[in-house]
Write a protein that binds this ligand. Structure first.
Ligand SMILES: Nc1ncnc2c1ncn2[C@@H]1O[C@H](COP(=O)(O)OP(=O)(O)OP(=O)(O)O)[C@@H](O)[C@H]1O
Length: 583
């Protein structure tokens, strides 16, 4: 029932000790309660004076109140500890996920990560706050009641003792069955979340292709499977609860019959018989609750295992911090024999092989190639999302790097993907996202520099307009301009990584955006992956990728008309783009 990783939680020993003390006091109170009640009943049975009753009744009520107080205290301690740990774990988990980066998210699915971060942590909380007090109750309550019952009547103690392993045996069998079923149920829950999130994200594509109904059926069948698994977990849970109740009731009944006979034949007096009978259900109570909660907390245990899996995933080897002054007009970047392979790719299949690039100062470098040639992979590597294979050599000025996930480099880059993410916030907040302290004037200037002024003037609330999920929709061109404004507001970043920023735009919007973009590119190192070849005349260096290898590299004038890879690419992409090259 207890996940071993729980024992590594901070201050767990102190909390367990505190809970153990509270459970012990509660166990004493339970025995005291039974003693007080039994003595009072015996006094009534023996028709003693009313004054003989007040002492045992006082013991009974005091013990009863103490028992309830201990329950409240244990609850408080466990809830507080669970809250504190989940509050501690949430940012740790978030930071770890951020450290793992988009590659991990891609591999495991957004749905499953959202499940861990939101539902998963809540279930972990329920698990911790339930399991800890139950563990200590399981030890002290049966132990103390057994000792007292044996002391008063050793035969009743023996019956209780004999029933104990039998109950544990049944609990273990049913618990194992429930665990296997619950593991499957949790895996299905994760699968359901991934399917659901994917379908919602791709809804417009599905509608357009007219296959939304098929996916509806898909979601239905996945959720049906999940429902069936849940029902089978509940079935096992109910069976085990029934089995536990049956055996504990049987044990109590055996004790009652046995005590009854002994009372009739005078083998025992009333008090020990009564106190044994009152304490017998108390002896089994924590075990029964433990069994009931075992099923209720299995999801929490699974969620904790998944949280631990995420945290155990090694972060991309963090690069030693370098004291680098940032990208300057005389800075250089040299990539030698850089290789990269996706974790799930077939053995020996590299997404990038033997990449050699030399970049200097405020150069503009285009990365072109057919679809699937590795442009985005290279950009992701330069952004620090993908880690190069061992043996790759990277020199940044006079610093040798093993990868690009070093803060000094990442603090210098602005990464603009095909569809920049727009957060649910005002336009101003979206612009100042990476520089929250940017002044309204700086935001205004950045917006103007990115060519947003005309659009903003049309909006009644201007920069204060809410955009993003659940708010006003914006066009692809406007989203790209907001991404550019983010670049402009952050004057420190001197490196621009563009991953086909105009891929989704029509040619007029792209032309407009290009006029805004060119002056911005002027004082930055730019690495620009693109399919649109009309950008090439504005570039200082062109890298042509084929199957993850550089097939050609040089200036446009060096490469054009040589009958090489670039010429072939241009020919393939059609005459429209051809006409623009006046190299
Ligand atoms: N996360 C991933 N896991 C495994 N393989 C991947 C992953 N992403 C891309 N690939 C593979 O790596 C190769 C290069 O893909 P990449 O996306 O870098 O190409 P690209 O040139 O940017 O293509 P496009 O122009 O269509 O965007 C492809 O064969 C692709 O299937």
């Amino acid at each position: 029932m207890i996940d071993k990783s729980l024992l590594k939680f901070p201050h767990i020993r102190q909390k367990m000790l505190l809970l153990a003390v509270l459970s012990f006091v509660q166990a004493v109170a339970i025995v005291g309660q039974a003693v007080g009640l039994s003595r009072a009943l015996v006094a009534i049975w023996q028709l003693q004076k009313l004054s003989a009753l007040w002492k045992p009744m006082l013991v009974f009520f005091s013990a009863f109140i103490l028992r309830q107080l201990m329950d409240v205290a244990k609850n408080q301690v466990a809830t507080h500890y669970a809250d504190a740990n989940v509050t501690r774990l949430r940012p740790v988990l978030q930071a770890h996920l951020f450290g793992l980066g988009p590659a991990y998210l891609h591999r495991h699915g957004t749905g499953s990560i959202v499940t861990v971060l939101i539902d998963g942590l809540d279930e972990v909380k329920t698990y911790i706050q339930t399991v800890l007090p139950k563990m200590t109750d399981m030890v002290f309550v049966p132990l103390l009641t057994l000792i007292y019952v044996t002391y008063e009547n050793w035969l009743s103690g023996l019956v209780l003792f004999i029933m104990l392993p039998l109950i544990f045996f049944f609990m273990a069998i049913l618990g194992l069955a429930a665990r296997a079923k619950s593991n499957q149920q949790y895996a299905d829950f994760t699968h359901l979340n991934n399917t659901f999130v994917d379908t919602i994200l791709g809804l417009s594509t599905l509608k357009m292709l007219g296959v939304a109904k098929d996916y509806e059926k898909d979601i239905y069948s996945v959720s049906e499977r999940f429902r069936k698994k849940t029902m089978s977990v509940i079935k096992v849970a109910l069976t085990s609860t029934f089995a536990l109740d049956f055996f504990t009731t049987l044990a109590i009944a055996i004790i009652a019959v046995f005590l009854g006979y002994r009372l009739i034949d005078g083998g025992i007096v009333l008090y020990p018989a009564l106190v044994s009978l009152i304490l017998a259900p108390e002896f089994f109570l924590p075990i029964r609750q433990f069994g009931d909660d075992y099923h209720a907390t299995l999801n929490g245990k699974n969620a904790l295992a998944q949280v631990n899996n995420v945290l155990a995933e090694p972060l991309p080897s963090s690069q030693p911090t370098i004291s680098w002054a940032g990208w300057r007009p005389d800075s250089t970047l040299q990539l030698d024999h850089v290789n990269f392979r996706y974790a799930d790719a077939a053995k020996g299949i590299n997404a990038l092989t033997d990449i050699q690039i030399h970049a200097q100062g405020m150069e503009k470098i285009a990365v072109v190639g057919r679809s699937g040639s590795g442009k985005s992979t290279l950009l992701n590597l330069l952004a620090g999302f993908n880690q190069p294979a061992a043996g790759s050599r990277i020199m940044l000025d006079d610093h040798s790097l093993n990868g690009f996930n070093t803060p000094a480099w990442q603090d210098q880059i602005s990464y603009i993907p095909q569809a920049p993410y727009i957060f649910s916030a005002t336009i101003a907040d979206n612009i100042r996202f990476y520089v929250p302290q940017a002044t309204p004037d700086a935001v205004q200037q950045a917006a103007a520099g990115a060519g947003l002024t005309d659009w903003l003037n049309e909006l009644p609330e201007g920069l204060a307009t809410m955009i993003g999920e659940g708010n006003r929709g914006i066009s692809g061109g406007q989203a790209q301009r907001i991404a550019l404004a983010r670049v402009l507001v952050d004057r420190q970043r001197r490196i621009l990584l563009f991953d086909e920023p105009t891929a989704h735009l029509d040619i007029e919007t792209e032309y407009d955006l290009k006029q805004t973009l060119l002056p911005i590119m002027h004082d930055h190192l730019v690495i620009f992956a693109t399919h649109r070849l009309h950008w090439l005349p504005d570039m200082d260096q062109i890298i042509v990728l084929e199957h993850g290898r550089i097939s050609e590299q040089g200036t446009l004038s060096q490469l054009r008309g040589q009958g090489g890879a670039l010429d072939h690419l241009i020919a393939e992409m059609g005459g429209k783009q051809h006409a623009r090259f006046k190299a």
